[in-house]
Design a protein around this ligand. Structure first.
Ligand SMILES: [Zn+2]
Length: 211
């Protein structure tokens, strides 16, 4: 696995791209937790569960089916408390949880990832695996090998996530600024904040009309 911290890069990038109006802070925090959740299966590793078993490391908790269950449960039970629409909660939690298994397929060690459990027990690796695998035993992380792992995660996870997140945020803001003047303001002399709110509606309406 990439270290548990690096899985947070995906939900954080998503939040930067979509913005806090679509993904409120509480949903972003939950998405970060869900991105790390699949590695809860290391508990089984320490209890002696076989690595190749469905409940073993990179087993059922790393599957798309597990991500779908997490997303459905989050949308059904927490959408109101999170202050977001159930569909948004489901999409964000699905992407964040499923991204964990996909990132694990890019690592250069360990077992393959059972992405398709419970329908298939096949273990998958990506054809290109640039990320150094992180040890299951956390104490081995603090070594020269640990520094190499951090360097590979910065290069292959955090850097692309930062580029996508910042780039997406800039595009979103540019689209919002461009859509602003097309909407009539709420009063003859709208405040700057009111203009910005009107701009947000203009972009959303325009996007819907183009479909
Ligand atoms: Zn993992």
């Amino acid at each position: 696995m990439p270290s548990v911290f690096s899985h947070a890069a995906v939900p954080l990038a998503l939040t930067c791209i979509a913005g806090l109006r679509l993904i409120p802070p509480r949903l972003a925090v939950l998405a970060v937790a869900c991105a790390a959740l699949p590695d809860a299966d290391v508990i089984g590793y320490h209890l002696g569960v076989s690595l190749g078993a469905p409940l073993g490391h990179r087993g059922i908790t790393h599957s798309f089916a597990f991500a779908a269950c997490v997303a459905a449960a989050g949308a059904a039970l927490l959408a109101r408390r999170l202050g977001a629409r159930p569909a948004i909660v489901a999409a964000v939690l699905l992407a964040s949880t499923a991204s964990h298994g996909l990132l694990d397929t890019l690592t250069d060690g360990g077992h393959g990832v059972a992405l398709l459990l419970p329908f298939s027990s096949e273990r998958f690796f990506a054809p290109w695996r640039p990320i150094h695998v992180s040890p299951l035993d956390a104490s081995r992380f603090f070594s020269e090998r640990g520094l190499r792992i951090v360097a590979s995660e910065l290069r292959w996870i955090w850097l692309p996530a930062a580029v996508l997140g910042v780039g997406g945020a800039l595009v979103r803001r540019a689209l919002g600024a461009r859509g602003g003047p097309k909407q009539p303001g709420p009063s003859p002399s709208p405040s700057r904040a009111a203009s910005r709110r009107a701009g947000g509606r203009a972009v959303f309406t325009g996007a819907r009309d183009r479909r």
